[in-house]
Design a protein around this ligand. Structure first.
Ligand code: SF4
Length: 554
């Protein structure tokens, strides 16, 4: 039953064994599990839990679930236990995991490339209504997440998803997560190259493949040929970004080692140009390096970014070329700075075939099953049946004839899905937060939604790109470090010295070629109640004091 391969790829690095001896790297012969996660992965491959869910747990109920499956392997199929209602944020760090566990699950549906048909979207909406109390959030990695899922219903949910070509396979866990893609791949007028064939081939080769189902930690990836840099490539473990090579034409610039959370790092360029048909091979090489050389001793040092930081770009590229690809990569150019700041494709845009795509903004990614079903209906009535999700928790309807655009815009706006949103609606993202997340300290989604309303009321004239990202804890699910205004949930003291929900403020982060992390403003913490006042003050001062053309991040 051991999931650890008997003989892993014997890629032997030339660098001397040094302080990283004993980091649990398989390529150095360290197969003895050094922590509980490595142990349960060695005991049984996470993918194998599906059989137990189908044959035992869904029939015998929540209490029959093995603890190592419950808080470990079930993630390989997109399942996390959700937070028991009513436990306040002050108890998050002090309670044992089983005290925080509800008997309901979050279930994540992976949507590689953010590509959905209206038929798939209807099924996603129906499942939400029937099995998830109507919940359905669009995440900042193009997925859709349900809550309130009972273990008894999981096999039927899988059956319905898989019938329309969707799945929850490796949506969570130490696995190759969803492959992010440009949501306007293949249709955008300004596209450099369409990465869709590469995403499909990577999915076919890698997802659900037990050669890659025991990684040191999660592995995030992105492929986009859009000049808008629309997939947050800088914070993925591997990313392929569209560029035009002066001799070889369109292809992809290769980035590795990005990631947020603790010790955030912007990915590094390897200076290599990869043609479309070689992207799956290079992806396989990079994920294999991670599997074989990644650090497995400490969970908080296990992401690929730590290996990349220790090796450097040159050594990483050498190992990739010599030990995994068996050939040199072609040197290539860096992507250009995008001409516009918004990268979410919201609004009405002409496609290269003369039709239009229409991007719209729900509130902080929160929709529901009934709304998803209605989106499917209006998309079918106005387009060709294709819908996309974005990494900004937004959605897009494709293939709309010009004459049908006004009617589609009106139908979406009637559902409170704004095609012409305020900068606050457009630029505010929020993670799951205390409503369902066991790690959360504060509320996020409802806070983000009311903040949007308040800022729209107070600053109706504000019309510049601004990003406000809200996390419920020190993790980085809503990318606070790369927002103009990043809000990290924690308990703070109010004016009377009482502990209340609030946020540590980070200012001036950005993605794009000026990517960088926001400054943690020393001592600057705001309570939830003070948040609208604080943000109004910051934005008012920014407008009053900025130089010509100066962006918030600069
Ligand atoms: Fe949960 Fe924290 Fe991630 Fe928000 S940032 S979803 S609270 S782990």
């Amino acid at each position: 039953m051991a999931a650890t391969p008997e003989k892993p790829t014997p890629a032997t690095p030339r660098r001397k064994a040094g302080r990283h001896r004993g980091e649990g790297q398989w390529a150095r012969g360290h197969f003895t599990p050094l922590n509980g996660n490595e142990q349960f992965k060695k005991d049984d491959d996470g993918l194998n839990v599906r059989t137990r869910i189908e044959t035992i747990y869904s029939k015998a109920g929540f209490d029959s679930i093995d603890p190592n499956d419950l808080r470990g392997r079930m993630r390989w199929w997109g399942l996390y236990t959700q937070r028991k209602p009513g436990i306040d944020g002050g108890k998050t760090a002090v309670l044992e995991p089983e005290e925080l566990d509800d008997e309901y699950f979050m279930l994540r549906v992976r949507i590689d490339g953010g590509r959905l048909t209206t038929r798939q979207l209807r099924v996603v909406g129906e499942i939400s209504e029937e099995f998830a109390r109507g919940t359905a959030d669009v995440t900042d990695r193009q997925n859709i997440q349900y809550h309130w899922i009972r273990i008894e219903d999981v096999p039927e949910i899988w059956r319905r998803l898989e019938e329309v070509g969707l799945s929850t396979t490796e949506a969570c866990g130490d696995t190759p997560r969803v492959i992010i893609g440009s949501p306007v791949a293949g249709i955008a007028e300004d596209e450099i190259i369409d990465g869709t064939p590469a995403i499909e081939e990577i999915h076919r080769r890698i997802i659900g493949n037990k050669e890659f189902s025991n990684l040191p930690r999660k592995f995030k990836s992105a492929v986009s040929g859009s000049p808008l840099l629309d997939v947050a490539h800088e914070i993925n473990d591997v990313a392929f970004v569209g560029v035009e090579h002066p001799e070889h034409g369109p292809g992809f610039d290769l980035w590795v080692g990005g990631g947020l959370s603790t010790n955030p790092k912007i990915g590094v360029r390897l200076g290599a140009w990869v043609p479309l048909d070689e992207v799956p091979d290079v992806f396989t090489g990079v994920i294999s390096i991670f599997r074989d050389h990644g650090y497995r001793r400490l969970r908080n040092r296990a992401r690929l970014k730590f290996l990349v930081a220790d090796w450097g770009a040159e050594e990483f590229r050498r190992v990739l070329e010599e030990d995994y690809l068996g050939r040199k990569l072609v040197d290539g150019p860096a992507p250009a700075q995008p001409v516009q700041q918004w990268r979410d494709h919201v609004g009405v845009h002409r496609q290269k075939d003369g039709r239009f795509y229409v991007g719209f903004a729900p509130r902080v990614g929160r929709v529901d099953g009934a709304t998803l079903t209605k989106i499917a209906e209006v998309a079918e009535a106005h387009g060709s049946g294709r819908v996309r999700t974005t990494v900004e928790q937004k959605m897009i309807v494709l293939d709309v004839e010009e004459a049908r655009v006004p009617s589609l815009v009106a139908a979406l706006e009637a559902l409170d899905l704004r095609v012409n949103p305020s900068p606050f609606r457009r630029g505010t993202m929020a993670c799951t937060g205390i409503e369902f997340c066991k790690l959360a300290i504060v509320e996020t989604k409802a806070r983000g939604s009311s903040l949007i309303d308040e800022l729209e009321r107070r600053m109706p004239e504000f019309d510049e790109p601004i990003t406000i990202n809200i996390n419920g804890c020190p993790n980085a699910c809503a990318r606070i470090q790369v927002a103009d205004i990043g809000l990290k949930g924690q308990l703070v003291l109010d004016e009377e010295g009482r502990q209340v929900e609030g946020y540590q403020v980070h200012l001036g982060g950005a993605l794009g070629l000026e990517a960088g992390f926001g400054r943690k403003v020393r001592g600057l913490k705001v309570s939830s109640a003070e948040l609208p006042d604080y943000i109004e003050r910051v934005l008012t001062r920014y407008r009053a004091e900025r130089e010509d053309g100066e962006r918030f991040a600069t």
